[in-house]
Design a binder for this molecule. Structure first.
Ligand code: ATP
Ligand code: MG
Length: 334
């Protein structure tokens, strides 16, 4: 059976990149495959999160899932930390994955920069927990943004090595990433070479799902660009990362290719393009933000959805964990 696993960390304000690279894909997939969509709170604490805010941030991600169109009766929505089998399997996978594999992970290098020795051990082994998140459901498909491609390859390596080492051919599937499509890599509004991120200290780098019209207008107006009008061809656009990003966002929101966007805006300056882009953003985001606010007004209802999801997820994960424990050879009473 085809099964989807994916999630978002409650590590800050959700942005347009998360929406286009992840949430929108979940919504499109939910009626085609069995979907497990979690709030990755155990990943979030790989960097400091205020304990007093973590649960609220978790509800906020859940609200964003629902507001984007996930149906909790169709998709299973739950907090990662509420299904203990993830970390149980992650420990086993820590003993399968090799240091050399993790040393190659570029996200760890990007997130730690020059201060590697001060990063948490959890940030380093994060991709191993991610492999466990996926494989504890034997998920076959993982919709993510482009930045997660390398972690998905690691998941496949772990699955394959586990199956080989324990002579359990085919026990874990080798999951396929679902990355294609516009919006798989939305860049920062301040820097065309950095991806839009929740953890970017500058709020002007991203459009948040909870931003209002004024904030969106202002952020788009201040978005870094160059003074040239938009070009007519894609090759010229590619040489201008900031312009390329804005055209890509417009296309992803309008359901058009970059070429189609250029066909309309070529020769026009950003003075004309930016207001059109801001308007399109407001049209997409304002209804989602409004619905999120409404849902967040009733945390008890969100908690019911999350608790029910956790129960359904655990019912799938527990038997797979038991089988894995048997394959590894852990003690059990005879
Ligand atoms: P953080 O900075 O805390 O890592 P993030 O913005 O990278 O936050 P995550 O929770 O790590 O968000 O990722 C959630 C999902 O959103 C993943 O599938 C990821 O690939 C996707 N995603 C994140 N940023 C972008 C982006 N700029 N463009 C497209 N997809 C993205
Ligand atoms: Mg991230």
């Amino acid at each position: 059976p085809e099964r989807v696993l994916s999630g978002v960390q409650p590590s800050g304000a959700l942005h347009l990149g998360n929406y286009l690279g992840a949430l929108k894909k979940f919504v499109d997939l939910q009626h085609r495959m069995q979907c497990f969509i979690f709030v990755a709170d155990q990943h979030a604490i790989t960097v400091w999160q205020e304990p007093a805010q973590l649960a609220a941030q978790t509800r906020e991600i859940a609200a964003a899932y629902l507001a984007s169109g996930l149906d909790p009766k169709v998709a299973t929505i739950f907090p990662q930390s509420a299904v203990r089998a993830h970390v149980d399997l992650a420990w086993i996978f820590n003993c399968v994955a090799r240091l050399g594999w993790l040393d190659r992970m570029t996200q760890f290098k990007e997130k730690t920069g020059k201060h590697k020795e001060r990063a948490s051990v959890g940030l380093y082994t994060y991709p191993v927990l991610q492999a466990a998140d996926i494989l504890i459901y034997k998920a076959t498909h993982v919709p993510v943004g482009e930045d997660q491609k390398q972690h998905l390859e690691l998941t496949r390596d772990i699955a394959q090595k586990f199956n080989n080492d324990f002579a359990a051919p085919g026990f874990f599937p080798l999951p396929e990433p679902l990355i294609e499509g516009p919006g798989a890599r939305v860049m920062s509004l301040r820097d065309g070479a950095a991806k839009m991120s929740k953890s970017d200290p500058s709020d002007y780098s991203r459009i948040n799902l909870l931003d209002d019209k004024d904030a969106i207008d202002q952020k788009v107006r201040k978005a870094r660009t160059d003074p040239e009008p938009l070009p007519a061809d894609l090759e010229a656009l590619r040489a201008r990362p900031e312009a390329d990003n804005l055209v890509g966002i417009y296309g992803a929101l309008a359901g058009q290719t970059k070429a189609e966007v250029l066909a309309r805006f070529a020769g026009q300056g950003f003075g004309a393009f930016k207001p059109a882009l801001a308007e399109l953003m407001v049209e997409t985001i304002a209804p989602i933000g409004a619905e999120m606010r409404r849902l967040l007004g009733d945390p008890a209802e969100l908690d019911r959805i999350l608790a029910d999801g956790a129960e359904r997820a655990a019912a799938v994960a527990e038997p797979i964990l038991e089988e894995t424990r048997r394959i590894v050879g852990f003690w059990r009473a005879v």
